[in-house]
Design a protein around this ligand. Structure first.
Ligand SMILES: O=C(O)CCC(=O)C(=O)O
Length: 347
């Protein structure tokens, strides 16, 4: 009779005595008894059933390393149960390892993404953030919103608490947020940074950029680099969609191949952003599901529209530089300088 588990011997007669044999195996033991307390017998011609007429067969996982098996009684039912459990455990183990590995595996931009970044100044990576990671970031984002709302509800401005916000632009330092810390140094981010910025990188800002439902909060055409006039360092923005990004909810738009020079002399727009000459241009929208990333050079022109939907539009932006951003006069850091990559390896 064939064995159903490695190391498990099937029932058999003790040669010579004709008595049941003790069958030892590694992980489980089983005794099969009928409901009368008598050892269960498999009717001739049947194979491995757990019930035999009125004799319900109980399978009991009991003492380790010993199974008393009546001559001629199959323990196939037991094998099947144990096998199913073993398969379930193994599958769950493999699944968990793979799920964790998804973000632990080295990540590289594809050739297409590299050339899009080189030519257009930005590259789109659709649905690259694993679901489990996305869930953690959403939770972290929700916590930030709750904290801000709590702060606002107790703050007094002109004697009145702030009751509504058009948007939230809240920095989240990795030292204060484990999900952001984990994500900003994960192989996915490291791969994107390496493929765009190079082998040495510092995180100088991480923030949630959230547009409240039904707000006309917009950002006119601008270059992020225009806000870093003291730096000549190449910088990038890894903009991560926590929600599906659509034209209706205020996604980003890019002006491809506009990453030429940085004009810090642009006049300020109403909302304080630096407006560009591109004022009447629409640009190319970033339309992608939650869990997607658009990585862009800080000198490419981009803008974003209003959120006309009934739901928040949430993103996490991570900004990296090739070297710490220092004030030229004081040599003091202008922003954070969290080392992320050194000689191509994560710090
Ligand atoms: O999130 C947005 O809508 C605008 C963000 C932006 O323009 C930026 O991060 O530079």
């Amino acid at each position: 009779m064939r064995s159903y588990l490695p190391g498990l011997r099937s029932s058999r007669t003790n040669h010579g005595t004709g008595r049941p044999v003790e069958t030892a195996y590694d992980h489980v033991t089983a005794s099969i008894e009928s409901s009368t307390g008598e050892p269960a017998r498999r009717p001739k011609g049947t194979h491995g059933s757990t019930t035999t007429g009125s004799h319900a067969t109980n399978i009991i996982l009991c003492k380790r390393n010993t199974a008393v098996v009546e001559e001629g009684v199959t323990i196939k039912a037991c094998y099947v149960g144990v096998r199913a459990t073993a398969i379930r455990c193994t599958m769950s183990l493999i699944f968990n390892v793979l799920r964790r590995r998804q973000i632990q595996l080295p990540f590289q931009l594809s050739d297409e993404q590299r050339s899009q970044y080189r030519e257009d100044g930005y590259a789109v990576l659709e649905s690259v953030i694993p679901d489990a990671v996305l869930t953690k970031l959403e939770q972290s984002c929700r916590k930030v919103v709750t904290n801000v709302d709590t702060r606002d509800s107790t703050a007094v401005e002109d004697e009145e608490p702030i009751t509504s916000r058009a948007g939230y632009f809240e920095p989240v330092h990795p030292n204060q947020d484990a999900s952001v810390a984990e994500f900003s140094s994960c192989p996915l981010c490291a791969g994107v940074v390496r493929g765009t910025l190079g082998p040495t990188a510092y995180l100088f800002l991480a923030q949630y950029t959230i547009k409240a439902p039904g707000t006309d909060l917009t950002f006119e055409w601008h270059q992020d680099a225009a806000y870093l006039p003291h730096s000549s360092s190449h910088t990038i923005n890894i903009w991560c969609a926590l929600d599906d990004m659509t034209e209706e909810n205020g996604t980003l738009y890019f002006m491809p191949n506009s990453q030429v020079g940085v004009n810090t002399e642009q006049p300020g727009a109403d909302n304080g952003d630096l407006a560009a000459k591109l004022k009447d241009e629409v640009g190319t929208p970033f339309l992608a599901p939650a869990g997607s990333i658009v990585v862009f050079s800080s000198s490419v022109f981009h803008r974003s529209g209003p959120n006309t939907t009934s739901r928040m539009r949430r993103a996490l932006t991570l900004e990296f530089s090739q070297e710490p951003l220092l004030d030229h006069e004081t040599q003091q850091p202008l922003m954070w300088a969290v080392p992320v990559l050194r000689s191509g390896a994560t710090v």
